[in-house]
Design a binder for this molecule. Structure first.
Ligand code: SF4
Length: 420
């Protein structure tokens, strides 16, 4: 029986051979993959004969990864953006991690939810076939990563305060569907939809789900969703600016998304650590110049990013597709996102929006521009989503408590402030 998959119906994807994934990711491989690559005879290849293609993950590690060149690219990446292993031996000869990217598969009751990583520029730009058109390929990949008879895992907890209040999957899916529906109507605009969703998920955070199940849950959702939409003022300028503390916590969060952990850092861990510590000190102070966290984010004055930069034409469609793909693909809470509950996962996902807008402003200001373009936004979202759910720093207790603290007051203000 074919695996019951939930496809990301809003999303197109096809590899454009840009090679970005092979420059940014550290690819861990299994012992079998290591043996396969070592038996492919790369020592006879003119470009690789003096290169170690596979190296230990860490100095004392017994795990393995693909080796990288000084600029962080995988040693198998050709200058034309193609993979040498793929070109010479076919797709199946590549490590599984390379074949699956940018798809991600997550448990969703008796089904498997499929999502995508927006660190891939082609996903952000929505290039390629639809998920329906690519269904055969997605099924083939799912078979490689999902066990034949996946064990039904319990759904994520609902809220931080009531981690033991677990719904069953049919009820948990009601929360997921309600969240997805909150973004389905484009008429109010993405920002209003986001603010409404933040309001009703905040009510879910305060509720106890011991007795709200089945028909009562339907009733609860049918009440809180319209009430939350009505809470969003007609004139969004009624939102006051974020507080100074909220701003500071937000800058530290953006710092986590802006950092570039290249594989070259593995050889100079102290240099990378110092860059991140000194960057955090500057982001905490928020005065003077932003820290040089990566080449394209030049050190511009902090105040420059607080001016209005506008809302690019692509923002509504891009952010709606992003949030709905992550929500429908169960790519924002539970096992796909540091095992956090539904509410905290959604608040963290909502914060990606102002963080992306801040990074887009930074890119524009670094280029001496005072408005952001669609291209700034695309590049910023690829940067942020590279870390979202994958960086160990975002899983740490300080990053998680920052998200929870921002959700208690500054989150809607940050969304509105950086959308100006
Ligand atoms: S093995 Fe090929 S697909 Fe994988 S990272 Fe290297 S170049 Fe990219």
């Amino acid at each position: 029986m074919p695996l019951p998959l939930e496809l990301p119906v809003l999303q197109r994807w096809g590899c454009q051979s840009c090679g970005e994934c092979c420059k940014r990711h550290l690819v861990e491989i299994t012992g079998d993959e290591r043996d396969r690559i070592l038996s492919q005879g790369w020592e006879h290849d003119a470009d690789l004969k003096s290169v170690r293609t596979v190296v230990p993950l860490g100095r004392w590690s017994r795990r393995w990864r693909l080796n990288h060149t000084a600029d962080g690219s995988c040693v198998f990446l050709r200058p034309d953006g193609l993979c040498r292993i793929h070109a010479q031996f076919g797709e199946a000869a590549k490590p599984l991690a390379c074949r699956v990217y940018p798809y991600a598969f997550h448990p969703s009751g008796k089904r498997v939810a499929v999502s995508l990583r927006y660190s891939c520029p082609s996903v952000v730009a929505n290039h390629g076939p639809t998920a329906k058109e690519a269904e055969k390929d997605i099924r083939r990949l799912a078979k490689a990563v999902v066990p034949d008879r996946p064990r039904e895992t319990p759904p994520p907890a609902v809220s931080t305060g009531n981690r033991l209040d677990r719904l069953d999957w049919p009820d948990f899916r009601k929360l997921i569907d309600a969240l997805d529906e909150s973004f389905a109507d484009p008429a109010p605009g993405f920002l209003r939809n986001l603010l409404g969703a933040v309001f009703w998920v905040s009510l879910v955070e305060q509720a106890s789900f011991e007795k709200i199940r089945g028909a009562r849950l339907d009733e609860f959702l049918s009440l809180v969703r319209p009430a939350a939409a009505a809470e969003v003022p007609q004139d969004l300028s009624e939102f006051v600016a974020p507080t100074a503390v909220g701003h500071m916590m937000f800058r530290l969060l953006v710092g986590q998304y802006a950092r570039l952990e290249t594989t070259a850092d593995l050889n100079h861990p102290w240099r990378a650590r110092w860059r991140n510590v000194s960057g955090s000190i500057r982001l905490t102070r928020g005065k003077g110049l932003l820290p040089p966290l990566r080449r394209e984010l030049k050190p511009v004055p902090f105040e420059a990013l607080e001016e209005p930069f506008g809302w690019p034409a692509a923002a509504d469609e891009l952010f709606s597709r992003y949030v709905r793909t992550k929500v429908g693909g169960m790519h924002f809470c539970g096992p796909a996102y540091y095992d956090v509950p539904f509410t905290e996962g959604f608040f963290a996902l909502a914060l990606v929006v102002p963080a992306t807008l801040y990074l887009a402003r930074w890119l524009a200001a670094a280029d001496d521009r005072s408005s952001i373009t669609n291209e700034d936004l695309f590049a910023a979202l690829a940067m942020a989503d590279h870390h979202h759910g994958y960086s160990p720093f975002l899983a740490g207790s300080s990053a998680r408590s920052r998200v929870r603290a921002l959700a208690k007051g500054d989150l809607p203000k940050l969304c509105v402030w950086y959308s100006r």
